[in-house]
Design a protein around this ligand. Structure first.
Ligand SMILES: NC(=O)C1=CN([C@@H]2O[C@H](COP(=O)(O)OP(=O)(O)OC[C@H]3O[C@@H](n4cnc5c(N)ncnc54)[C@H](O)[C@@H]3O)[C@@H](O)[C@H]2O)C=CC1
Ligand SMILES: O=C(OP(=O)(O)O)[C@H](O)COP(=O)(O)O
Length: 340
């Protein structure tokens, strides 16, 4: 029996997760919940998705001439697992509805850790989601930091990580936030929340993060400094990273030097919605000095959490182990590892 999924919130994240669910052999997308009768609703219907709406929006959908399949509450009753991809804080409000119907719910990084029983990144702590009713997938930055931190911790042991995050100011489709003509050290008093968020996944990790907000929309960029528990050569790191799941290695030798090159790469890879699900690490950025290793990685904020949502569904609603789940997810989404 396929796992029945409902996606509540069909924006940057929700639309991508819904599309990914439809590619899973063991899942059925029962429908998506949307508040606005717009082009996204029309394209969702053309892709065979059912639409569920808030009860107080019937008139606006009728006026738009878009036929719907029921109310959000109906969707919640029909599914096994809810993916809540609503704006920050709305998930918390929706959680009462999910609890009332006894549904398992997976939230996103904008929700606070106190709302959930676990924060899960599949490569790191997939099993922590077992038997849980309310979990979250951390934000894009935390997901990327957790993956690369886990790699270093598992392979060599980590004494300290210091990471600087250059955060995109807005998503390409954002009309409200727009990009700003300045660079903002945000928060102005470090550390940023990311280190604490990574510790909801990788407990006790000694990580300190700062963040700057920059005028771009394509991706975030991380500058990562890791003090390992032993000396490791650049070559060893590069060889090991080449085998690491969900780490894509790129190089200036291939003409990839900027986040817009990575964005363009996603198009040449034929990725839906320009999705880059992987941490994108520059080969040339990897540098080793004794126990210290440095590297730079780009993070496609709109897509990196998509495979994590798919694996989180199996972690809470199937008996599949982490490796089997990630193998299916990576195969169906065309996720690569190593040098492109
Ligand atoms: N945009 C990004 O770069 C990333 C966002 N996230 C997190 O994912 C979550 C969703 O963020 P986005 O997709 O960017 O937001 P978004 O604003 O693009 O999409 C949210 C969607 O939910 C809809 N919505 C609002 N209230 C609703 C309700 N009560 N019921 C159903 N739908 C409702 C909105 O109309 C919108 O279509 C947030 O927690 C955010 O922090 C995580 C990683 C990256
Ligand atoms: O940057 C992000 O998460 P973060 O707050 O963990 O850095 C996500 O892309 C969400 O960012 P937003 O809160 O600007 O939509």
């Amino acid at each position: 029996m396929p796992i029945k999924i409902g996606v509540v919130g069909y924006g940057t994240i929700g639309a991508r997760v819904a599309e990914a669910v439809m590619k899973q052999p063991d899942m059925e997308l029962v429908g998506i919940a949307k508040t606005t009768p717009d082009y996204k609703a029309k394209t969702a219907i053309s892709r065979g998705m059912k639409i569920f709406i808030p009860e107080n929006s019937v008139e606006s959908w009728k006026k738009a001439g878009i036929k719907v399949d029921g109310f959000i509450e109906d969707l919640v009753r029909e599914v096994d697992v809810i993916i809540d991809a609503t704006p920050k804080g709305v998930g918390k409000a929706n959680s009462e509805m999910y609890k009332k119907e006894g549904r398992v719910a997976i939230f996103q990084g904008g929700e606070k850790k106190d709302l959930v029983e676990a924060t899960v990144v599949a490569q790191v702590n997939y099993d922590e989601a077992r038997g849980k009713r309310m979990i979250r997938v951390p934000s894009c930055n935390t997901t990327a930091l957790s993956r690369i931190s886990w790699f270093f911790e598992r392979e060599y042991g980590v004494e300290r990580i210091i990471a600087t995050i250059a955060r995109r100011a807005a998503d390409p489709a954002d009309k409200k936030e727009g990009i700003i003509d300045n660079i903002e050290f945000d928060p102005i008093k470090p550390p940023s929340h990311h280190g604490e968020d990574v510790r909801t996944v990788l407990k006790n990790l000694n990580i300190f993060t700062t963040a700057i907000k920059i005028p771009t929309t394509h991706a975030h960029l991380h500058l990562i400094n890791v003090k390992l528990r032993k000396k490791v050569s650049r070559e060893e790191i590069l060889d090991a990273l080449s085998e690491e799941r969900r780490i894509m290695l790129v190089s200036s030798e291939d003409g990839i030097t900027t986040t817009s090159d990575v964005f363009e790469l996603s198009r040449h890879l034929g990725r839906p919605m320009n999705n880059i699900y992987e941490n994108v690490v520059w080969v040339e950025s990897i540098h080793s000095e004794g126990e210290w290793v440095y590297l730079a990685q780009a993070v496609h904020q709109e897509a990196i959490v998509v495979p994590e949502n798919i694996d989180a569904i199996r972690a809470v609603a199937s008996s599949l182990d982490a490796e089997s789940s990630m193998n299916t997810t990576d195969r169906t989404l065309g996720i690569v590892r190593g040098r492109i």
